[in-house]
Design a protein around this ligand. Structure first.
Ligand code: SAH
Ligand code: F3S
Length: 450
């Protein structure tokens, strides 16, 4: 059977989609190629969220087409995912040597389409149509691959987003919000736990809107909190995380869930985007600075020590120095454990792309640097606070850079390196933090696990 190489761009949702496609192909007899040059099929799973991500994938494909023509004339090349969805057949018109374009609701058809192309039945396939119930088709896992994935797994709970933030292309590439059912998700989680998984991260573009249309609130609990409750009951599962939520989804029921559910890890990635009320409104985010601060307070009251990270956009159209300073001041006030900062990138068909007062590139760069300096200064201070403390980690496996070191994560989602061995793999253990590196903690298990 042919071999496949999948290269993934973008977010954890994309990583998860690639894993599911790989698992589906393996189940049909395909093998996974170690390198591009050894592969009969190369698939790029793409991201559209910023222009740079699209450029990267397109340049990569151009190079692949070049080498394939020269050295591997029979190699099949395809695009999958968000850029495949938003650009469709335009991608083949641009590069006629591309064979396959698979949209975000069609990942599960990959094996069939490859069969058709490989057997010569069809030459080119573009499928970016919507498909009912496609949200329930991302469920296969590759647990035997890297050791790390067998300890911790990602489960996709919903697809799409209806928030329509004015800068964001996701509602167009991923479609309307569609949620899986709670029993379906719980079954998948149970199977994973039976295969040795101890930590599950529930995934979606806006997980706090999970099941909103299908499941009414019950005893004051939103559908998402009902799902957390159901997953929490799975015996043998030790840790639950989720990403990405939306601030508007942090009702009291979710804050209480942190206090109530011991397996729910005290870490939250809560996208802020801006600290200016004026910009939050232009972005169509649906909350104010004040409301965001209230959520953070509520979470810290429910779980002191909760790790809080965020996403921020600098240079959104119309952002003035004053607006930007509001973002800086909010970051000083909240003291995020870390933040991903993005320079605004205009996206096709989004309202913000046509807004007046687009911010010049050099100002976007300058604000990016200033915010990054602040975020790093706060993050370093927060890392140093860990020195001397004892923390629980879930050991994922050997570190990529140095195989004598093992890596694990704290409940608040920080990476800890320590001198370990394969017997530690998959274990929950306590370590004492000895020192910090850049975005890493170094721990010693000897002191506390005699
Ligand atoms: N809810 C989704 C959002 C996907 S986009 C999730 O977190 O998975 C991830 C981040 O990219 C957003 O939070 C935002 O900060 C950033 N982003 C989205 N569109 C952008 C754009 N047009 N320009 C710059 N950054 C953007
Ligand atoms: Fe995008 Fe806003 Fe949804 S950032 S994914 S439209 S919550």
């Amino acid at each position: 059977m042919p071999s496949v190489f999948i290269k993934t761009y973008g977010c954890q949702m994309n990583e998860r989609d690639s894993e599911a496609v790989a698992a589906q192909l393996v189940a049909k007899g395909y093998s996974l190629a170690k390198t591009e040059s050894a592969a009969d099929v190369i698939l790029l799973n793409t991201c559209s969220v910023r222009d740079l991500a699209e450029q990267k994938a397109m340049n990569k494909m151009k190079n692949l087409v070049g080498t394939a023509k020269k050295d591997r004339p029979n190699q099949i090349l395809g695009y999958m995912g968000c850029m495949a969805q938003s650009r469709g057949k335009e991608l083949i018109e641009k590069l006629p040597d591309v064979d396959l374009v698979i949209g975000t609701q069609k990942f599960h058809r990959t094996a069939d389409y490859l069969d058709e192309i490989l057997s010569g039945k069809r030459e080119k396939i573009v499928d970016v149509a919507a498909e009912e119930k496609s949200e329930a088709t991302i469920r296969e896992h590759l647990l035997n691959g890297s050791a790390k994935t067998s300890v911790s797994a990602f489960v996709s709970i919903m697809q799409g987003c209806n928030q329509y933030c004015t800068f964001c292309i996701v509602p167009y590439t991923r479609g309307e919000e569609r949620s899986r059912t709670i029993p379906d998700i719980v079954n998948e989680c149970r199977e994973l736990v039976a295969r040795g998984v101890r930590e599950i991260t529930l995934l979606g573009q806006i997980v706090t809107s999970f099941g909103k249309r299908d499941l009414p609130a019950l005893d004051g609990k939103s559908a998402f909190v009902q799902l957390l409750d159901a997953v929490h009951e799975i015996e043998g599962l030790e840790r639950i995380r989720f990403t990405s939520p939306h601030p508007k989804g942090y009702g009291d029921d979710l804050a209480e869930a942190y206090a109530r559910l011991p397996k729910l890890c005290e870490s939250a990635h809560i996208p802020l985007q801006s600290g200016s009320d004026r910009l939050l409104k232009l972005m169509h985010r649906g909350y104010t600075r004040e409301r965001f601060l209230t959520i953070i307070k509520k979470l810290r009251a429910a779980k002191p020590g909760i790790g809080i990270t965020t996403d921020i956009i600098v240079g959104f159209p119309g952002e003035t120095e004053e607006d930007f300073e509001q973002t800086l001041s909010l970051c000083r006030e909240v003291e995020f454990d870390n933040a991903y900062i993005f320079k605004y990138s205009p996206r096709r068909d989004t309202p913000a792309a046509d807004m007046p007062d687009q911010v010049p590139q050099e100002i976007r760069e300058e604000r990016n640097h200033r915010l990054l300096d602040l975020i790093n200064e706060i993050a370093a201070r927060k890392y140093d606070d860990f020195i001397g403390r004892q923390v629980q980690i879930l050991v994922e496996g050997p570190s990529k850079k140095n195989a004598a070191r093992y890596t694990g994560r704290t409940r608040c989602n920080r990476i800890v390196l320590f001198d370990g061995s394969s017997r530690h793999q998959g274990q929950l253990m306590d370590v004492k933090i000895e020192r910090t590196g850049s975005f890493t903690l170094y721990g010693d298990p000897a002191v506390v696990n005699l």
